[in-house]
Design a protein around this ligand. Structure first.
Ligand SMILES: Nc1ncnc2c1ncn2[C@@H]1O[C@H](COP(=O)(O)OP(=O)(O)OP(=O)(O)O)[C@@H](O)[C@H]1O
Length: 477
């Protein structure tokens, strides 16, 4: 298919020359002479590249470029101008013009730039929205909901704006962060991910900002924090809603100043890091309850990207399933095909664990099926009937609703083998409980045992069995 160019130029002689040269190269040209017509065209259809003059019959083509950006954020724009001032060039680059050509320009050079711009656009768009047959790029799905996500992603590729990705667990928040990093201007730098929920609260600051030797018990050596590790690249802060208050304050300071101070250190170190934060919790109630700083929220929520749950984009389920089947083959599992009926059954399931649960299910089917063809019967044999367990949606007022929801997430993620569910689940809940008690008591086992109401020896035994390190909970000096 010919690639399409929108040419906005009110000098008809120049327009004729450019049109002829680009048509020779196989491009399809739409020509208009005003901002008003330009906006109609951009609103109505897709163009690979736009070429625009600055002084147009109804105004300044650059000044109104943000409107074009809103409509077609990823479309490269090449600016042609007779006003060869620094100001025009700077304004062109402020508007993220792909290239700027002062008139008179070399026609061959212009054609080369258009070709390059069209190629770059194709790369980004297809990289983001390829389907199961595509190769290598992470995000799969063509539902309108995912298209909006892709559009948001393309808006942040050429800048360092802070992004806040929200969505239920397993919807692909980390994958979005990786895609922004890989496709954006920081791709040659490091991508460092930190899961705030997985780090004991009193270690978060040292994990993020590093510490100096002797800053607290256990700080045997100096350590570099994730901020410094991500220098020149992207820092992905997952589960930001779980961050304790002191770490929030420190994070806010780092974001405001672009500098970090290691725990126990005096020196401020400049860091050049793009922040992408994510949360599967609604931060607004946490802000209202005083558990999340409002000013930090606004700092992080510069560009919000919301990932819809899988059940709200069911049309993506089949293409995702095909993608995971192909991925499973790449990883050495036997090739399988689904009957259409099985795809339909998959599409009707609830997928509370979102894409992660779907992925696990497809892998399980690929491994467990005795036949190459997966039909409805294999599906139910392997995945069971729709799992119906208590969820907060069923009874949000129940005092244990949160625990049931956490248990469900644990079951979906771990998918524990038959016969190990009881022991596995109890351990999974017992460990954070004991860690909570140790944290409360600064690592004092006697007091922790009293708080829990269990025997001190039982606590000691469980600490060993669950591989808990009580020293980690000793209070900083
Ligand atoms: N659109 C997608 N296309 C392909 N794979 C996806 C997509 N979304 C998610 N996945 C896959 O699903 C799994 C879960 O995704 P990811 O870890 O990014 O979710 P998350 O929202 O960050 O989850 P959590 O909140 O639990 O950390 C990963 O294996 C990821 O590769």
């Amino acid at each position: 298919m010919a690639r399409s160019i929108l040419l906005v130029e009110d000098d008809n002689a120049i327009a004729t020359v450019i049109t002829a040269a680009l048509e020779d190269e196989g491009f399809e040209i739409t020509h208009c002479t005003s901002i008003a017509r330009r906006d109609e065209h951009v609103g109505a259809r897709y163009f690979d590249v736009m070429l625009t003059d600055v002084m147009l019959e109804d105004g300044d083509g650059l000044q109104s470029l943000p409107d074009v950006r809103r409509e077609a954020p990823e479309m490269p724009v090449i600016v042609l101008s007779a006003q060869n001032t620094l100001d025009t060039a700077v304004r062109a680059s402020d508007n993220e013009a792909f290239e700027y050509f002062p008139k008179p320009f070399d026609l061959d050079e212009l054609v080369r730039a258009v070709r390059q711009a069209a190629d770059s656009r194709k790369e980004v768009v297809s990289a983001l929205s390829h389907d199961a047959e595509g190769d290598g790029m992470p995000l799969v799905g063509r539902s309108p909901a995912m298209q909006s996500v892709y559009r948001m992603i393309t808006r942040v590729l050429r800048n360092d704006l802070t992004v806040l990705v929200t969505g239920e667990s397993g919807t692909g928040k980390e994958l979005v962060a990786e895609a922004i990093h890989q496709l954006g201007s920081r791709r040659t730098g490091p991508f460092v991910a930190v899961n705030t929920a997985a780090i004991p609260h009193d270690l978060i600051e040292s994990e993020l900002f590093g510490h100096e030797k002797g800053a607290f018990t256990g700080a045997i050596n100096q350590a570099i924090g994730k901020f410094e590790q991500a220098n020149g690249g992207t820092l992905f802060l997952d589960e930001i809603g779980d961050m304790p208050p002191e770490a929030q304050t420190r994070l806010l300071r780092a974001l405001q100043s672009g500098r970090v101070r290691r725990v126990g250190g005096r020196q401020e170190i400049a860091v050049d890091v793009r922040i992408i934060a994510a949360t599967n919790r609604d931060l607004l109630p946490l802000i209202e309850a005083g558990r999340f700083r409002e000013d930090l929220f606004y700092r992080l929520n510069v560009v919000p990207i919301e990932l819809p749950p899988l059940r709200e984009r069911r049309e993506d389920i089949e293409v995702l399933a095909r993608h995971f089947l192909a991925q499973a083959v790449d990883e050495g599992l036997p090739p399988r095909v689904f009957t259409q009926e099985a795809f339909e059954a998959l599409s009707k399931r609830h997928w509370r664990g979102n894409v992660r649960e779907l992925r696990n299910a497809i892998y399980r089917l690929a491994v467990m099926s005795r036949k190459d063809e997966i039909d409805n019967e294999v599906l139910i044999d392997t995945l069971g009937e729709e799992r119906a367990i208590f969820t907060p949606e069923d009874d949000a007022d129940h005092p244990d609703a949160g625990i049931a929801a956490a248990l469900e997430q644990w079951l979906l993620r771990q998918d524990p083998p038959h016969g190990t569910v009881y022991g596995g689940a109890l351990s999974a809940f017992e460990k954070p409980l004991i860690e909570y008690a140790l944290r409360q008591t600064g690592g004092n086992q006697l007091r922790a045992a009293k708080l829990l109401g269990i025997n001190r020896n039982t606590l000691r035994k469980r600490i060993t069995e669950l591989s808990i390190e009580p020293d980690r909970f000793a209070r900083p000096l």
